[in-house]
Design a protein around this ligand. Sequence first.
Ligand SMILES: [Zn+2]
Length: 166
Amino acid sequence: MQQISPNHVVGVTYTLTLSNGEVADFAEEANPLMFIHGIGQTLPAFDENLNGLKIGDNFTFSLTAEDGYGEYDNNWVINLPRSVFGGDDVPDDLLQVGAMLPMQDQDGNPLDGKVVSFDENIVTMDFNHPLAGQTLNFTGKVMSIREATEEELDHGHVHGQGGHHH
Ligand SMILES: [Zn+2]
């Protein structure tokens, strides 16, 4: 019987519930989450909690914010000049409180930011991960386990069903 361990392709259903009861994410049996275990495709602590499980096993565990998406950091809430967003050319509906905007950090890496507020001059953006500061409560079931192929390990993602087709 296969057990979950690094370099295996694992399919799971899961429900991610926050402490306030809100369901933040889920995958159902018809479309399970497919990932290669142990290579950082998911949170390392998520992988650790699945170690050794077999097909059909249910799981329930909680990750602290530290093991999840990090503590909420006020330093990641930043005021930007509105001119960053293109000034007069910016469509009125781009800037909406709560909207997630694809942006870049100083090194050109993609970074999503949420619009907190804005006026004519200043846009306040929150670059914390949307789940920063949250305890992550996972429940789910192991649907499939198989060894990853060398090609999959080379590419760093799952091929075939639930994965990349190329
Ligand atoms: Zn590939």
